[in-house]
Design a protein around this ligand. Structure first.
Ligand code: SAM
Length: 329
């Protein structure tokens, strides 16, 4: 389906297509293990819950990445030069954007890309207010399926892609390689990527970060079911599932699950299609969060055609931020 254009916010808006989404959800739910695509966490409520997660004591990732960017954004600005076009994948609440944009010398444009449309558009408005001369070109779309990015009218220097939050860890490693290669294709050869990657650490810290005491992560996890009910007219019963997050040491990832609390049948909003049966104790995988060592992360980005330029960690060595450059043509 062709994207709409909302001139008021200058955004490319990709309309949801329930049939296609329903097919994708059915395919995931009937797979082994059963799974749901993590991008459906992020309706307006999911985006708000994620923001709340970033402020939790247990969720060390945001504090650590903010600390690194606060200390290193000026160095990034020096390396990428003047007049940069900054493209952010999964901009969310944009907390980290301010730190980087504020250091860049006369950036030409800011292009945030996110599926959480309302949050994206309100953030884009705030960026315009704070940087009146900057072209802000928000794109509301699934970034893994996006072919083209808008270009600013102003003449640009280098392109700096920004992919914070260790969101790269939510992709399976081969998907991460494919996605980073896609970023390199979208932004151009020889251009930059500033990316955050969470580091492997002890099980206790990792599991606490995804099982907070107040249960915000549990609500966020269950929100995927509320969102799909609204989007598809499905009838998931969020009370019929419980949140679980466990560290898989062998695969180096946190696994976020919804565990079925009883035998149940789910209709996906199409009266002619078969319902999905889920037994008590069965697991639906909603998200993996891969954690990397510096070397394993560099190996991954090299496979995507990127060269590490510099990288930094926080004072407690919990998180890493890397400036990468894609191979020149
Ligand atoms: C883990 S959050 C990170 C948010 C923010 N960048 C940060 O560092 O705190 C992931 C963000 O990416 C967006 N997102 C997740 N999957 C996406 C997809 N496939 N396409 C576009 N945006 C996506 C979510 O809406 C959310 O804002």
């Amino acid at each position: 389906m062709a994207p709409d254009r909302d001139e008021a916010v200058n955004a490319v808006l990709e309309p949801p297509c329930p049939e296609q989404i329903r097919r994708e959800i059915r395919e995931g739910l009937t797979d082994s293990p059963r799974r749901l695509p993590a991008r459906f966490f992020y309706d307006a409520r999911g985006a708000r819950l994620f923001e709340e997660i970033t402020r939790l004591d247990e969720y060390y990732l945001t504090d650590a990445e903010v600390e690194i960017l606060g200390r290193r954004a000026a160095r990034v600005a020096e390396l990428v030069g003047r007049g940069v076009r900054m493209v952010e994948y999964g901009s969310g609440s944009g907390e980290k954007t301010w730190i980087v944009l504020g250091e860049l010398e006369a950036p030409s444009a800011y292009v945030p890309v996110d599926v959480a449309r309302e949050q994206l558009l309100s953030f884009a408005r705030r960026v315009r207010e704070r940087f009146p001369g900057l072209e802000v070109l928000p794109v509301a779309a699934d970034y893994t399926r996006l072919d083209e990015l808008p270009w600013p009218e102003a003449e640009s220097g280098a392109t700096l892609a920004f992919f914070p939050g260790s969101t790269v860890g939510n992709l399976e490693p081969p998907e991460a390689v494919a996605f980073l290669s896609r970023i390199a294709d979208q932004t151009g050869r020889g251009e930059y990527l500033l990316i955050g990657a969470d580091l492997v650490k002890n099980r206790r810290t990792l599991e606490r970060a995804y099982n907070d005491a107040r249960g915000v992560t549990a609500e966020f996890n269950l929100n995927i079911l509320h969102h799909l009910n609204r989007l598809l007219g499905a009838d998931f019963d969020p009370e019929g599932f419980r949140h679980r997050a466990i560290w898989n040491d062998e695969r180096s990832r946190i696994e976020m699950h919804l565990v079925s609390l009883r035998d149940q049948v789910v209709a996906l909003g199409d009266p002619d299609a078969e319902e999905v049966e889920i037994s008590r104790g069965e697991v639906v995988v909603t998200e993996h969060s891969y954690k990397y060592e510096i070397d394993s992360f560099h190996e991954l980005v090299r496979r995507a055609g990127y060269r590490p330029v510099e990288y930094w960690t926080d004072t407690d060595d919990r998180f890493s931020v890397h400036l990468l450059q894609s191979a020149s043509p």
